[in-house]
Each structure stands twice: as C-alpha cells, then as structure tokens.
Design a protein around this ligand. Structure first.
Ligand code: ADP
Ligand code: ZN
Length: 738
C-alpha cells in the first residue's frame, strides 16, 4: 500500500525487516508516542499515516520521529495494520504539532489527530468514469452528433455530462453515440473541487495608501522567509484588497495560501470577493461542510491541488503540501480561541506555524489586539496602517446616548434619541441596525409574587426566555423547557415577568413603534447557516428596514444601505472580571458601528450607555483609537497583564463539590516554588456549576519570560493522582475567566 521512497526505514535496509519498531502518535491522552512493529514488506517513514491496533480497536495514527526513549523488543510489539496512500505529514507539520502540544500542555496524540480530521480522505479519491472517441463514426451523423464529434475528435477524455455541456446538446445525444460504439470508457482522476485561482484575473486599481500597503506585503512575500505583518486599517479601508495582492504573489510562486477567518460559515461575501479577484473560489474549511466535502478539501490541500483554503481556526491544522502564506483576518477576534480539549489560539499558533515553515504571515484588523499592537511597538511585527476608508467614504458619526438623561419609556429599552434616529433613517429609505449581544427574549424570568428565579437545574445560570419558540433555555448546556404559566415555587398563575432585553424583545418594541417597517432578527439560534446567508443577502439588497442582531452582524458583511447603527447596551461586557473587558468592548463596538456607511452615504452611530465618561465610550466617539490603545497598554504593563505577563487558568471540576475543591487545593499545594510565578485560588469559578459539574479555578500568573509550561508540568507531576471523576482543564493564555 505504501509508496516507495528513498529514505524509508522499512524493509529496504539491511536489518531483518520484522525487527523494526516505530513510534506512532495515536489519539490518546498519553504523553508520548506508542511503539509498533513494522511488518515485513511494509514501507513507512516518519509522517506516514497508519492504522494500528489499540486494545480491541483499530485507530489512525502517525509515524513519529525516531524515538529516543527505551527501545522495546519489536517482537513484543503489535504490528502496524496498514499504511494509507496519502502524503506523509511533513517534518514542519510534525514539529508544529509537537510545539502546539507542548505549549498548550495537551496530549500530543490529540493534537496530531487535529491534522487528520477527514479519515476517509486518507485513501485517494476513486477515479471517475469518462469517455474517449475511439475512431468509430456513427451510422447517421445528425447536426447535434456532429457538434459532439468535432469536440471529441482530438482524442482527449471527457466526462459524459462535460461533453454534452460543452457541445451544447442533451445527454441523450452523447448516450446515442455511446450506444453506437463511438466512445470507449476511460477512467479519469476526479476533478479538483475548485478551479486554480488566477493571480492576474482581475487586479484592482489600488488607491495610493492601499498601494503602499500592498507593496510592503509584496516585499515580505518576495523576500520569503518568516515575517509577521499587521494591517491595521479602519473598517472599509480595503484590507482585504490589500492582502489579496500578497496572495496573488504567493500564487505566482506556485505556493499555497491559508486564510483564517473567524466565522467562515457566514462570510459568503468573502468567497465572492475572492472569486471576483481570482476567477475561482477558495476551498472552504469549517464545521458546516458535509463530511464528503471536508474529505475532498483535506485531500486536495495535502496533494496541493487546492491552492487557497479559507477556513475557520481548525484549518490551521490542514497538512498543506506547500504552504507559502498565512492570512489571519480579524486577528483580534475571540473566535480564534478554541476552548475544548486542546485549548489554543489559532492567531498565535498561525504565527508559530509560519515561523516553523519559514513563511510570511499577515494579520489584519480594524481593531488589532493589544498583544499584536505591542509586538509592533517592540519591532517584532511590521505595522501597515490604512487610516481612511476606501473611496473617501466617511466613518459613521458616533454619538453617546446617556441613558440617565434620555431614558426609554417604561418597560422599553430604546431611548427617544434612538427612536428619532430610526424614524429619520426610515424616512430616507435607508436601513438601521440595532445591536444587542443577547439571544432570546429576556435573560431572566422571575415570579412577581414570590421572587422565584428560573435557573438551570444543571448549571449556575439563569434560564433565558425564547418567546418565538415558547421555551426557556440554558445558554450554557442547552437545557430547555416550555415556558411555564405558573410559578413552580408558589404556584401563582400568570405572574411571571421577563427581566432585561434580548433581541426578540427589542424586535417587539420596534414593531410597536414602527408597525409598517420590515423588521428582521438575526441571531444564531434562529436558523442554520444557509438561512442566515440568505438573510444577509436579503439585507444587503435592502429587503429589510430594521435589523436587530447579536454579534453575528458585527463581522465582515457589507450592507450598502445601512446608515444607522444603534448599540442597545454598550456597557454589557465592561464588568465581567475579564482583564480584556475594555479592549473587547472597544473592538466589538468599533466593529458593529463600522457596519454603517460603507457605501459612502452619510451615516450615524448611536451608543446607549449609562457610563458616557468611561474611557471605552470616549475613545469610541472621539475616533481616537491610538489614545485608547496607549492607555490600555500602559495599564496592562503596570498590572503585568498579557502581553506583559502570562496567565494560565486551571479549572478542576467534578460531580461532587467537595471532591473538586479538595483536588484543586492539592494541586495548588503541589505547585513548585518558582521566582516570578504565583497562583491565585482555588476559588469557586464564577460559573460554579456547568452540566452538573462543580468548578473550581486556579489562576496562574507569571512574569514575562517565566517558564509557565515547566511550572504547570511540574505541578501536574507533583499533584494528586488523576481520577476518573475529576477533570482538570489547563488553559494557557486564557480568554475566558468564567
Ligand atoms: P475592510 O476589510 O478594511 O473593512 P474591505 O476590504 O471590505 O475593507 O473594503 C471595503 C469595500 O471597499 C469593499 O466593498 C471593497 O470591495 C471596496 N474596495 C476597497 N478597495 C478597493 C479598490 N481598490 N477597488 C475597488 N473596490 C475597493
Ligand atoms: Zn444548563
């Protein structure tokens, strides 16, 4: 099965073949690879993807680099079952996977498995049946048959439908010729799922600032080798157009490109723009693809047939054949962080992958992360600045609405100032967007008689009413029940009240004030990706007057008629205990208000807040991002917070509260004494209960340059024995503090 190659350490070398052992990374939480015997006649090399027995099962693994640890007698080992016919993982890729495992303190087998996420793609795709003219002319040559023959006469192979289509005839004409013996059957390799992108297809006319930016990136690609560039450009400045030029140059060099996007499933827009520029779409990679499609993309990325992949964070683990450039768009976005099994930030790991492969990486954002800003200031990243919007479009004119001075009417959430703005926008035939980052109708339901609050039976979170569905739901675990009529505590009927707003409740208020307007709620719980894509298109075409949305609407979409953006509650994220709260709020609000006025119409943003003096609000309306970052950076530096210090969070959870707490305490006692590293906790996590598991948190803080990983590893080694009932999650560089 295995392909031949010169550096095999299989049966070709002098030692008896059956005596070879190789380390194989298997999908287990083990700290190292397992050893297997290579059966006689099987050719493997480091990186080969193999199937191996593991207990009673067969699993997929990767042959790793020669083990240095204690050699085992191969006779005592179980043999490899088979080698897949796919390109071996490159040395770069293996180094990268090892690096991620060691940095995130994850089992290397789990990390390696992330590179093999399409098991059926490990074997080549089956050939497809085709036709070739074999010189036999049919008895009767009709005009339709003549067209087919003219095309086929050169003797090249065609698919049945491809030939009919090219000749402009129906399939039955081709079938008729097959019946006459005009064609012989041949087998063709399956067609690539996307055509080759053409770097010269439709280059844009760049503006001066764009041209300068593109030239800088071009140089980075030309020079080759590792470099990081940050495109820091206001919303609508044309960052995409600029980095497309770096992609074009990489394609000219015959290399592959990876574009990471935070919400690929929702950026149909992006794929189209790519097609306009390069004449074909990129390969897509995200969780919403069918498994068949994932397999094809995986396979064709490994063989090099697909030149450009645009994908969500997990695309970073695709084993590309010849990667030449990585783009991370919206690099500040929290969606790049995975908080499940292997905890990693795809933005940071993209930089690592680029460094290991010695290729350039481009980060882009209108509101770069503080981390990337500091890297620019310290000269590690090249900063490319685009200060104005494309084609002279103005940024929206932003105003704070002080909710203490302009309160909404009783039971409402929209200030009269907001309502006036919406009314004017409607009258001009333009669109408004109201942003509230809360799904459902109301975040809390309580009984007016006894004060009972509806809480999830398995989590420490309130149940959120979803009125469209007639349910109350837990946003932590998905638990739901029909919205009750009576209070379960005191039994009183019809005295339940909804507290606070969700998007559904805002829609109700909007409909009351503007009964004739076309109102649309955009929220991830109201339909799948397909439906959302259609709805975004409808909004872009002007088929809604007032759009009410969660953070889904913050990203990447171009709505030409959108001239008013209203923020319902700008203060939501400011006080949640997250050291990045101010940064996050600034980024989110800038992104959302940046949806307005992208086609050059005069546009406005209204920001409802109870804290108009807060630095985030002031930075937002003054448009002085630089001042905000300067202040934020100074504050982080003073408090030794990232990137001036390092953090890791450890969550210990168990069904039994005391057990979780004891384990967390023992873990803390096991911590080595290390200069510059300190531990806070254990304390009950803010989300003390999720899915019936009690959670305790330790927060580890290290000064810059301290070896956090060594510290955490030592803690695990000295710590209490692992137990089935206890789960310990380590999150290096955490983004979540709940
Ligand atoms: P950003 O990503 O910086 O928010 P975009 O790349 O989405 O900005 O650009 C904003 C809009 O301006 C898009 O519709 C884009 O097609 C258009 N645009 C930007 N630069 C050019 C250009 N040089 N030629 C034509 N259209 C451009
Ligand atoms: Zn729950």
């Amino acid at each position: 099965m295995g392909k031949d190659s010169s550096d095999l350490f299989g049966p070709l070398d002098s030692k008896p073949a059956s005596l070879r052992a190789v380390p194989v990374m298997v999908p287990l939480p083990a700290p190292t690879a397992y050893s297997y015997a290579v059966p006689e006649g099987m050719a493997v090399q480091p990186g080969s993807v193999v199937q191996v027995p593991l207990g009673p099962r067969q699993v997929i693994g990767v042959v790793w680099d020669e083990a240095t640890a204690d050699p085992v007698d191969p006779k005592k080992l179980r043999p490899l079952t088979l080698v897949f016919d796919c390109p071996p993982l490159s040395p770069d890729m293996r180094t990268f996977l090892d690096w991620v495992a060691s940095y995130t303190l994850s089992p290397p087998g789990y990390v390696a498995r992330m590179a093999l996420r399409a098991p059926a793609a490990l074997e080549p795709e089956p050939m497809v049946e085709g036709l070739r003219y074999c010189g036999v002319r049919p008895e009767r040559v009709t005009p339709a048959r003549q067209k087919v023959l003219e095309l086929a006469e050169d003797g090249l192979a065609w698919t049945r439908s491809g030939l009919a289509h090219a000749a402009g005839v129906s399939l039955s004409v081709v079938d008729g010729l097959i019946a006459q013996g005009t064609f012989e059957t041949v087998f063709l390799p399956p067609p690539p799922i996307v055509a080759l992108p053409d770097p010269e297809y439709r280059p844009p006319a760049l503006e001066v600032a764009q041209k300068e930016a593109a030239d800088e990136l071009f140089e980075a690609v030309e020079a080759g080798g590792f470099s990081v560039s940050l495109i820091d450009g206001v919303t609508g400045s044309g960052k995409t157009e600029v980095y497309f030029e770096a992609i074009a140059e990489t394609l000219r060099k015959g290399k592959q490109v990876l574009i990471l996007l935070p919400e690929i499933a929702l950026t149909a827009d992006f794929l189209e723009r790519f097609q306009d520029r390069f004449g074909s779409k990129p390969g897509e990679w995200h969780s919403d693809l069918s498994s068949r499609m994932r397999e094809k993309v995986w396979r064709q990325a490994t063989t090099g047939e697909i030149r450009v992949v645009a994908g969500a964070r997990s695309a970073l683990f695709l084993p590309f054949d010849n990667l030449g450039l990585i783009i991370v768009d919206e690099e500040h976005d929290p969606a790049f962080k995975q908080e499940d099994r292997v905890f990693y930030n795809a933005r940071d790991m993209a930089v690592v992958r680029a460094r290991i492969s010695d290729i350039p990486v481009v980060l882009a954002s209108a509101t770069p992360s503080v981390e990337s800003q500091v890297n620019c200031l310290q000269g590690r990243y090249r900063r490319i600045h685009l200060p104005t919007r494309f084609a002279g479009a103005a940024l929206p004119d932003l105003h704070l609405v002080d909710m203490r001075r302009h309160p909404p009417e009783r039971g409402g959430f929209l200030s009269p100032v907001m309502l006036r703005g919406m009314k004017k926008t409607l009258e001009r035939g333009e669109q408004s967007l109201l942003f509230l980052n809360r799904r459902g109708y109301a975040p809390l339901t309580l009984c007016r008689v006894c004060g009972h609050r509806f809480q999830c039976p398995q989590c420490s979170s309130w149940l959120v009413e979803h009125r469209f569905r007639g349910q109350i739901q837990c946003h932590q675990c998905g638990y739901s029940e029909p919205t009750p009529n009576a209070c379960p505590e005191c039994g009183t009927l019809d005295h339940l009240v909804a507290c606070g707003p969700g998007v559904e409740r805002i829609a109700e208020e909007v409909e009351k004030h503007f009964p004739d307007a076309r109102t649309l709620v955009l929220s991830s719980d109201l339909g799948g990706v397909k439906r959302l894509r259609l709805e975004f298109e409808a909004v872009a075409k002007g088929e809604a007057d007032i759009v009410i949305g969660t953070q889904l609407v913050a990203k990447g979409h171009n709505f030409p008629l959108m001239t008013l953006v209203g923020i319902i509650d700008a203060d939501i994220g400011l006080s949640n205990g997250d050291p990045r709260a101010a940064e996050r709020t600034f980024q989110l609000l800038s992104q959302v208000t940046g949806r307005a006025g992208r086609s050059g119409r005069k546009s406005h943003g209204l920001v409802q807040t109870f804290q108009p003096q807060h630095p985030v609000m002031q930075a937002l309306v003054s448009g002085d991002a630089a001042a905000f970052y300067e202040r934020e950076i100074a504050e982080r530096e003073r408090a030794l917070l990232p990137p001036f210090g390092r953090l890791a969070s450890i969550i210990v959870s168990a069904d039994n509260r005391a057990e979780a707490e004891t384990h967390a305490r023992q873990l803390r006692q096991a911590a080595p004494v290390t200069d510059g590293i300190s531990i806070m906790g254990p304390a009950e996590a803010p989300l003390a209960l999720i899915r019936g598991r009690h959670r305790f948190r330790l927060l580890v803080h290290g000064r810059r340059g301290s070896d956090m990983q060594a510290f955490l590893r030592q803690m695990a080694i000295n710590g209490p024995k692992e137990r089935k009932t206890i789960q310990v999650q380590v999150d290096v560089d955490p983004q979540s503090f709940l």
